[in-house]
Ligand binder design. Structure first.
Ligand code: SF4
Ligand code: SF4
Length: 311
């Protein structure tokens, strides 16, 4: 049965060859994926599914329970997990609850964000079309930030997380790392708090928090992360105690999925099979671990994030 996309492709004279091409790619992607493990699975998944699957229909609670089970299996399997985050922007409502949850989990002070939600109005289709896109450090497998500073200051962990040395990555090195991130996902922590110039600095800002296995406390004196480079850690401290990242557990739209992509029974493995995904500026070869589902754009033939993102 002809669908919206068939009609659109026919208008462009693309339906026959383009559809056949996509179907061949879909088959090739699925076969190659079955032979791979870990993030390499995704390398084979240019896997352009001919159709964009609908958003996951399960309730937020059911998805969270599934991911929690995946996490517990990953932590008790005896092998090193390969963490990824998958984002379905169709389910993001732009509420910024994840941004708030992130700040509550790891205080970052005024102007500093480990997680933001970008809003973009796209000039396609008959009506304005707005995309909400949650963004945080992509945990690149070949991170440009690490190449900008002396070896050891930024470390790629076996589980995929890019870890900063909170002591040495300071001053000029912190600035160099921030400048090297192509997406501006590193900020410099100036040590300020939102309530520092009020009569009563609030405990939620000065409470202890964890980052890379150490405990910190914001405050006017001896704040060890002052002038340090900071970014999302995939909530590594939470993962270690068997908890999903704060943004994932808070998401009102159930727009984010997290887990071990090397586990074929995990949700993140299964929902990325044979479908169109976008990993952001892949021409740079950085191999990001935050994966976005491609979505249908109303009135557009090309359901391709690369329409706006350069290759
Ligand atoms: S997204 Fe930016 S900060 Fe994160 S690993 Fe890649 S280059 Fe580094
Ligand atoms: S909490 Fe979920 S729905 Fe709300 S902005 Fe963040 S990703 Fe989008």
């Amino acid at each position: 049965m002809a669908n919206h996309r068939d009609e659109a492709e026919k208008k462009q004279g693309l339906a026959g060859p383009r559809r056949a091409f996509l179907q061949v790619l879909a088959g090739a992607g699925a076969g190659a994926a079955a032979a791979g493990v870990g993030l390499s699975v995704l390398e084979s998944q240019k896997a352009e599914a001919a159709e964009i699957p609908p958003p996951l229909a399960e309730s937020s609670g059911a998805v969270l329970i599934r991911m929690q089970q995946d996490l517990e299996r990953a932590l008790t399997s005896g092998r090193t997990p390969s963490w990824v985050m998958v984002v379905d922007t169709r389910k993001c409502v732009g509420c910024d609850a994840c941004t708030v949850a992130c700040k509550a989990e790891v205080p970052t002070g005024p102007g500093g964000f480990n997680r933001r939600v970008i809003q973009k109005e796209l000039p396609i289709g008959p009506r304005p079309y707005r995309v909400f896109k949650p963004v945080n450090c992509l945990q690149c497998d070949d991170p440009p930030c690490a190449k900008a500073v002396p070896a050891g200051m930024i470390r790629k962990r076996a589980d995929g997380i890019v870890e900063f040395d909170s002591v040495s990555l300071a001053g000029g090195y912190a600035l160099a790392a921030a400048k090297a991130c192509p997406w501006g996902l590193i900020h410099i922590d100036r040590g300020a708090t939102y309530t520092m110039n009020t009569p009563a600095p609030q405990p939620y800002e000065t409470r202890a928090f964890e980052e890379y296995g150490r405990t910190f406390r914001r405050g006017p004196q001896n704040y060890e992360l002052q002038d340090r480079a900071r970014k999302c850690t995939f909530c590594a401290h939470r993962l270690e105690r068997g908890e999903l990242p704060a943004c994932v557990t808070t998401c009102l739209g159930s727009a984010m999925y997290f887990g071990d992509i090397s586990d074929r029974s995990s949700l993140v493995y299964q929902i990325t099979q044979g479908r169109r995904i976008f990993r952001g500026h892949e021409n740079l070869g950085v191999k990001p671990r935050v994966i976005y589902f491609e979505e249908s754009m109303p009135g557009a033939v090309h359901v391709d994030c690369q329409a706006c993102h350069s290759r």
